[in-house]
Design a protein. Structure first.
Length: 199
């Protein structure tokens, strides 16, 4: 279930989940205040260097992970080319790639229980409003964890299809991807039932 986290511990694993979430939020603010493509490219390069402690394999895998965003890059880039503002499109694309890479780095180095605890702490003030903070935190943590897992599963399915057929996959991957999503949800439900039985 949700096996995105790397099993090998690095210095990044020892940074708290709350600190990583705060760092991603701060990075988003900085990127939003910057419209210089050169500076944004430098920030992205720095992010790539942050993958090096995870090993050369994970650092080399970053472009493949970012490849999942190619439809958004195509639409954004095409739109700005049509409007005659390619530099603005490049700025948006660099921001998107950097934030996605930072979020992926956080998930690779953060255990699910640590992420859940961080969300619970952040949402704790909402308890005064009578909201089920623990359930909301669990839903957020699972959503954040499921998205990259399912996108990686979609990428694996597409690669397997290309190895077996010269035709484009298109809609043919929808059924196996839906089955994979249901399988992940079933495993998650089993884990939650086991956890509730132990508490």
């Amino acid at each position: 279930m949700l096996t995105l986290t790397l099993p090998v511990e690095t210095a990044l694993h020892r940074v708290s989940a709350a600190a990583k979430l705060a760092g991603i939020a701060g990075l988003g603010v900085i990127l939003g205040l910057t419209a210089d493509p050169v500076l944004l490219a430098a920030v992205f390069a720095g992010l790539w260097l942050a993958y090096l402690p995870l090993g050369p394999v994970e650092a080399a895998r970053l472009p493949r992970r970012l490849w999942l965003l190619w439809p958004f890059v195509l639409v954004i880039g095409g739109w700005h080319l049509v409007r005659g503002t390619p530099e603005a499109g490049l700025v948006v694309i660099l921001r998107m790639l950097t934030m996605f890479g930072a979020a992926t780095l956080m998930l690779l180095t953060t255990r699910f229980d640590a992420l859940l605890a961080a969300f619970s702490s952040l949402l704790r003030p909402l308890e005064r409003l009578g909201l089920p903070v623990n359930r909301i935190a669990l839903a957020l943590a699972m959503a954040v964890r499921f998205i990259p897992v399912l996108t990686q599963r979609a990428s694996d399915l597409a690669e397997a299809w290309r190895a077996r057929s010269a035709r484009k996959a298109r809609h043919r991957l929808l059924v196996p991807l839906a089955i994979a999503a249901l399988d992940e949800a079933d495993h998650a439900a089993e884990a939650l039932r086991a956890r509730s039985a132990l508490v």
